[in-house]
Design a protein around this ligand. Structure first.
Ligand SMILES: Nc1ncnc2c1ncn2[C@@H]1O[C@H](COP(=O)(O)OP(=O)(O)OP(=O)(O)O)[C@@H](O)[C@H]1O
Ligand SMILES: [Mg+2]
Length: 103
């Protein structure tokens, strides 16, 4: 089974640059644990963080253009962080257990 150790979102709505856990070049940081609680004041981007996983999933399932419009997201210019001209960017660092059990 794959386990996500880290996730980075850039320029997705209110999330300008957010990293959870550790990425491939941060091996000394703590990885995400199996249970993660997200706490923060109203409007800080908690729901957006969860939707970023949904958006990524929709991108892979439906294609990027359709994902931008799906679930009332309203298109690319609505979901890219306001005032930003850089692309929306996601990094996922995950480990697959037991890929080659016979080796
Ligand atoms: N394209 C965008 N660029 C920048 N900020 C955006 C963009 N789209 C939405 N936002 C902002 O994101 C915020 C809403 O984020 P979100 O709904 O994820 O917050 P939340 O932490 O879940 O809040 P609550 O506790 O009220 O549920 C709003 O402040 C809104 O202005
Ligand atoms: Mg919310």
């Amino acid at each position: 089974m794959a386990r996500i150790e880290g996730f980075r979102v850039r320029n997705y709505k209110a999330l300008r640059d957010v990293t959870l856990g550790r990425l491939w070049n941060q091996r000394n940081e703590e990885p995400l644990s199996p249970l993660t609680a997200v706490i923060g004041r109203n409007g800080v981007g908690k729901s957006t963080l969860f939707d970023s996983f949904g958006f990524l999933s929709d991108c892979l399932r439906l294609g990027v253009e359709e994902a931008c419009d799906a679930r009332g997201r309203g298109g690319f210019e609505r979901i890219r962080s306001q005032g930003v001209t850089e692309p929306i960017e996601f990094n996922i660092y995950y480990k697959e257990d037991n890929l080659y059990p016979d080796l």
